[in-house]
Structures are given as C-alpha cells and as structure tokens.
Design a protein around this ligand. Structure first.
Ligand code: SDX
Length: 428
C-alpha cells in the first residue's frame, strides 16, 4: 500500500510519497516538490533533511543505539578488529578468513608512501596544524597515484591506498614535526601495532608494544569508524557528487572534521579541561558559562545533533579510560575533572532541559593522552578512524542509481532589480 502525505496550500493539494526505512524511520520524499508546486523547503543545517537512503550505519538518537551494517558497535568494540570493521563498512558484511587475509596483505603491500611526499611535509611551516597538513597531503596523493586502469579496479585500488597510506602519512607527519627519522610500516605487525610503532619507535629507545595500548587504539578507531550523515561524511558525499576523485573527496571530509564543533572537539575538550585545571579545578564556572546565552562558550564534548541521550560511544570510551589508565598506572588529573564536570552537568537543569550528554569526544582525548598522542594530533586520530566510513559512504553514493550532483536551492532575500549607477552619480 503506497504511503503518502497530502500538502494543502491556497486550495492546491498534492500528495508526496512517504519512504520507510528498515528500522521504521519515515521520510517525506520531496524530490518532485518544486516541479509540482514551485515551492522548496527551508532547513538550516539540514536538521530535518535526509540526503540519501543508506544501509551502512543506523543511529537511534533517542535510545543511544549505533550499529554498523546491523552489528551493534558495542559488539564490534569488544570482538572485532579495526581492519575487519573497515571491511564490514566498505563491503557490507564481515569478511571470511581468506578475504580478511587478502585485505591485510593488500593493506601491507600499499602502506609505504612515495619518498617525494616527505619533501611536501618538510615544507609546511613548523607550526602547521596536522589536520591542515593531512587534508593537503591526501589531496596530493592523486598526483602520485593517477588513475589508469578500469574504473572498478581503480576505485578498489584507491580505497586500499587510502586505508594503507593515510595511517603511514599521519605517523610520518609526527616524526617530521619532531625532526626524527621515519619509521616504516612492518608486515609482521597488526594495523594498530604498526601505527604505534611508526609513531613512537626510535633508534635510541625501541617502542614497547603494550597489548592494552593496542586494544585502546583498536576500540578508539572502531568507535570512530562511521556515523551516518554527519558534517564531514556529508562533505565527502557532496564533493564526491561532482565526480571528483576519491582522494579529493576524502580531503574535503578531513577539512570539515577539523572544526571544533565536529572532530576538532576532542582537542577542544582537553584544552577546556586544562583551562579548568589551571583555574584551580572548579568546573562550576564552565557550567555557568555554558548556560549563559550571552557567552559563546560551549561545554566541549557535550551535546549532539542526533543523540538526545548518552552517546553509546562515550560510554565505552569512559570505561576504557578507567581500564587503560589503571593498567598503565597513569593518574591523569584531567580524568577526575572530566568525571566531576560530567556529574555536575548531568544534574544541571539547563543540560537536562537541552538533552545535553557527553559525546564521543568527551573522554576520547584522555585515552589519546594516555597512549602518548600529542593533543594537536587528536583530530587526526579521529580522521584515521573515520576513513573507512567516509570511503563506504562515498562508494554507496557512487553506486546509488539516484546519484546526482548535490546542489541545494535557496530563498533569495537581497535587493530587487535596479539599474547600474555610474560612479559619478553615486553619493561621495
Ligand atoms: C561530533 O554529527 C555527528 O554524528 C558528529 C560526530 C561523528 O561521529 O561524526 O558524532 C562527532 O562532531 C560530536 C560533537 C562534537 N562537538 C562538540 O562536542 C562541540 C560542543 N557541542 C555543540 O556545539 C553541539 O552540541 C553540537 C554542535 C554537537 C550539536 O549542535 P546542534 O545540534 O546544532 O544544536 P544547537 O547548536 O542548535 O544547540 C541546541 C541548544 C542551544 O541552546 P538554545 O539556543 O536552544 O537555548 O543546545 C545548546 C545550544 O546553545 N547547546 C549547548 C551545547 N550544545 C548545544 N550549550 C552548551 N554547551 C554545549 N555543548
């Protein structure tokens, strides 16, 4: 039975189809609205607007549910590997043993980057933010790996190169920023072990791979792997819709993620907690500033466009904080401040009324600090985690029969027509 809504305006009535998702979500399909009525819709920030039908990730913001291809993120965080989760997101199902082995071999075989890329890194100003470097370098990959073969083969090769090389590039940028020798990826290490080793191994002090640190990184990246149509993913889809190469679309996603309201929040949370610590550790003033309409301050790591309850990823991240810091015997004062801030905020009427809860970024920075990641690389870590999600979403958009270039409309509010006024006739 066809489902539709009726739109009535000034005696004109039209029926608009209703689409229903596999979890019962409903949407009004307005793809014929302007052609049939001359009207467009208005929805700043796309709060109520769906951009696509997608089978990759399901989020239920009211109940704090997150599933990748139907599998609860809690189960993947407990039982899967980052590589396996990346395969699941991109290919739509978990790999067989042979498929996972082949995927691993492909990633290892492509994890080196062209030595000429080193010259690029070295010519960025020393104080450059790693997210600006990463976005530029990912875009530059196209110049080093132009496409030649059949499209399907090139797409698969480009996806593999991104997953394999961006991790190496991130570690490379860190080593160059410290003036240290580069450490190359090793085929005898797992994806997460390799990243840690490339980041922290030095000739004078070999890096000791600790299983609890590798596990924390594995969970961190799985929790960040995809999140349906967030700002950076929508940017990847939007830029990809002009049919640019995947490197350019991913570069746009990295740029969007950099923002402090988005992926940049994990760095902003640590800076906020550090400010509170330096002000004597009282978080009451942060709460009061966050409530103050006249103050642009926001409690970083709190609130979410979709989750109106506790972000399921934040729950896992908070538990991992305790376990990791205990196992490494680290006493991070920022964790105590974060816990106290959360407890106070969750009892505050303003936060209760606005449904503001910790999101994925609230505790993630404390995990990254414990691993030894520098604060200005926190969002790079988010980008590395989100890479398979961006790739999967771009691929789904390319394969979508309704795929077309994204081009929103507007309501014009400027001057109505008037004639050009010659310079001599204008007021002084
Ligand atoms: C990520 O979309 C995703 O899925 C993103 C992400 C992913 O995995 O891709 O989950 C990752 O980006 C997580 C969010 C990280 N950002 C932050 O932690 C920054 C702090 N949070 C906010 O700025 C805010 O909550 C957003 C940006 C996350 C969501 O903003 P919305 O949905 O646009 O909500 P809004 O700005 O319209 O706020 C609604 C109300 C406002 O008050 P009123 O004017 O209605 O009275 O809530 C208030 C806001 O002032 N509010 C906050 C607040 N967040 C919202 N007030 C104080 N502190 C906050 N953090």
């Amino acid at each position: 039975m066809e489902d539709f809504v009726t739109l009535n305006y000034n005696g004109t009535e039209i029926k608009l189809p209703v689409v229903t998702g596999s979890e019962g979500e409903k949407a009004i399909d307005i793809s014929r609205l302007r052609a049939d009525t001359g009207f467009i819709t208005m929805d700043p920030g796309y709060v109520n607007t769906g951009s696509c039908m997608s089978s990759i990730t399901f989020m239920d913001g009211e109940n704090g549910i997150l599933r990748y291809r139907g599998i609860p993120v809690e189960q993947l965080a407990e039982k899967s590997t980052y590589k396996e989760t990346a395969y699941l997101l991109i290919n739509g199902r978990l790999p067989t043993r042979d498929e996972l082995t082949e995927f691993s071999i492909n990633l290892n075989d492509n994890s080196l980057v062209h030595t000429d890329l080193k010259a690029f890194f070295q010519n960025f100003p020393r104080q450059s933010h790693p997210m600006g470097i990463l976005s530029s370098m990912v875009n530059a990959l196209r110049s080093f790996y132009p496409t030649y073969g059949p499209l399907e083969e090139e797409i698969n090769m480009t996806m593999t190169r991104l997953l394999a090389k961006v991790r190496t590039m991130a570690a490379m940028s860190y080593k160059i920023s410290r003036g240290h020798e580069l450490v190359l990826p090793r085929p005898d290490m797992t994806y997460c072990e390799n990243f840690l080793n490339m980041m922290f191994d030095t000739p004078v002090k070999p890096y000791e791979i600790k299983k609890e640190v590798v596990n924390a990184l594995r969970v961190f990246w799985i929790l960040h792997a995809d999140h349906e149509q967030n700002c950076s993913t929508s940017s990847v889809r939007m830029v990809g819709s002009a049919r640019v190469n995947l490197y350019a679309a991913i570069s746009a996603g990295i740029a969007a993620l950099w923002g402090p309201l988005h992926g940049g929040a994990n760095q902003a949370v640590i800076e906020m907690l550090t400010d509170i610590q330096n002000d004597g550790g009282s978080y009451q003033s942060a709460i009061e500033r966050a409530r103050d309409k006249n103050d642009s301050f926001r409690l970083m790591g709190f609130g979410h466009r979709v989750y109106k309850t506790y972000d399921p990823r934040a729950k896992i991240m908070k538990k991992m904080c305790d376990e990791l810091l205990d196992s490494l015997n680290i006493d991070d004062p920022l964790l105590d401040i974060a816990r106290g801030l959360e407890e106070t905020a969750l009892q505050d009427p303003y936060f209760i009324d606005h449904n503001l809860y910790p999101n994925v970024d609230f505790y993630s920075g404390i995990v990254l600090r414990a691993i030894g990641i520098p604060t200005n690389m926190f969002t790079v870590m988010f980008a590395l985690g989100r890479l398979p999600g961006w790739i999967a979403q771009w691929k789904e958009s390319v394969d979508d029969p309704r795929w077309k270039i994204s081009r929103p409309r507007q309501v014009y509010t400027g001057e109505q027509e008037y004639d050009y006024i010659p310079l001599h006739a204008r007021n002084a």
